[in-house]
Ligand binder design. Structure first.
Ligand code: PGA
Length: 257
């Protein structure tokens, strides 16, 4: 983290878990466990249908609501899709795009991720752009090359002003939901590399200001070490964000330094 230049973001990703009716008690327990004064933005990204309930319950606790995906289209005949405008309208402040599960199960590619990020920016919703390599790519020593391509494509056509609203989440696929976390050194190396890619495109100042999160089995035990790295500005947390006490511990870790 480097709070002098950029904000720290702790974002939960509930995926297809929980019910809207469980949000209020969850937030109450979270509130009882997390520090009242916080030096980070706290967000819970939830299924689109649950965003209004998260907005309502999260308000008091200063927990922002986010979506987990959105359409790249503005509006129209796209049955089942949720648009960026619709997310913004119900109060979503953030939205995840390009999560590896979307890429894997729904065939999403980097150009689509770019279009989704732009759709969100057009409606004042901050995209959390996910990138990350597979185990095969890591073992073939292709991690940085691949992640750099993902970052460049996802940000193409996004200017420096809009970049200020983007958050990048580095999530090695082999670490997601596996309990196998990247070491702090591995995570820092790639997050630092991502910042270097952004520096090359936008220059030093915008690169310094971008929040880069780590995601992939971040939990109450390993969060402090990961967050202590200079280029890791927060976390995108799946499993551990479903447990209020664990999520609160991660938020507390982000309050350090
Ligand atoms: P995990 O998920 O924390 O359960 O590994 C992270 C994510 O998918 O964003």
């Amino acid at each position: 983290m480097n709070r002098k230049y950029r904000k720290t973001v702790i974002a939960g990703n509930w995926k297809m878990n929980m019910l809207a009716s469980e949000i209020k008690p969850f937030i109450e327990e979270l509130k009882a466990n997390m520090p009242a004064k916080r030096a980070c933005d706290v967000v819970l990204c939830v299924p689109g249908v649950m965003v209004p309930a998260m907005v309502k319950s999260g308000k008091d606790a200063k927990v922002a609501a986010g979506g987990e995906d959105c359409s790249c289209f503005e509006k129209g005949a796209y049955t089942g899709e949720v648009s960026a405008a619709q997310l913004a309208d119900v109060g979503a402040k953030y939205c995840v795009v390009g999560h590896s599960e979307r890429r894997q199960y729904h065939g999403e590619d980097d150009m689509l991720v770019n279009a989704k990020a732009k759709a969100l920016l057009a409606h004042g919703v901050n995209p959390i752009i996910c990138v990350g390599e597979s185990l095969e790519q890591r073992e073939a020593d292709l991690t940085m090359e691949y992640v750099a391509y993902q970052v460049k494509t996802a940000l193409s056509g996004i200017d420096a002003t809009a970049l200020r609203h983007c958050v990048i989440a580095y999530e090695p696929i082999w670490a997601i939901g596996t309990g196998k976390t990247a070491t702090a050194e591995q995570a820092e190396e790639v997050c630092e590399g991502i910042r270097a890619v952004i520096r090359k495109i936008y220059g030093a100042r915008p690169a310094r200001a971008v929040s880069i999160l780590y995601g992939g089995s971040m939990n109450a035990k390993n969060a402090a070490e990961l967050l202590a790295q200079p280029d890791i500005d927060g976390g995108l947390i799946g499993g551990a964000s479903l447990k209020p006490a664990d999520f609160a511990t991660i938020i507390a870790a982000a309050n350090q330094e």
